[in-house]
Design a protein around this ligand. Structure first.
Ligand code: AMP
Length: 114
């Protein structure tokens, strides 16, 4: 079950500050507070979903397409398209998901570890 008591919900509500990169009616992108690479951004859906599976099972086809197009758009804003980048989404315990609000990481800006 989705619990509004999570940091990304509070960022979305502007209750906690973030370094915003992009926002529209469906998504918000901001820099990760603890970057693993030179470029480390997070793209969150404004739908109240706990993780990727929750999102994919509740979003319409258009919402799904719009979300992932926005991820691509944020990668463009971050200027990592030519050099390459990685997107990833942690789901649940074994993946060490910390924040239980669906989000995708964008990693890049340098050679990534395997
Ligand atoms: P995960 O849930 O495992 O995908 O990881 C959550 C990510 O959120 C981590 O990379 C954290 O560094 C990041 N994070 C946690 N709190 C904040 C915050 N207030 N602003 C930006 N990023 C955050």
């Amino acid at each position: 079950m989705y619990d509004k008591n999570n940091v990304f919900y509070k960022i979305m509500q502007n209750e906690i500050p973030s370094k915003k990169i992009y926002e529209d009616e469906n998504v918000l992108a901001f820099y990760d507070i603890n970057p693993m690479y030179k470029v480390h951004a997070l793209v969150i859906s404004k739908k109240l979903c706990t993780d990727f599976d929750d999102f994919i099972n509740s979003a319409t086809a258009k919402e799904t397409a719009d979300f992932f197009k926005s991820v691509s758009k944020v990668a463009e804003i971050l200027d990592v398209k030519n050099s390459g980048y990685r997107i990833l989404s942690n789901i649940g315990e074994n993946a060490n998901q910390i924040v239980k609000h669906f989000h995708v990481h964008i990693l890049g800006g340098e050679k990534l570890r395997d």
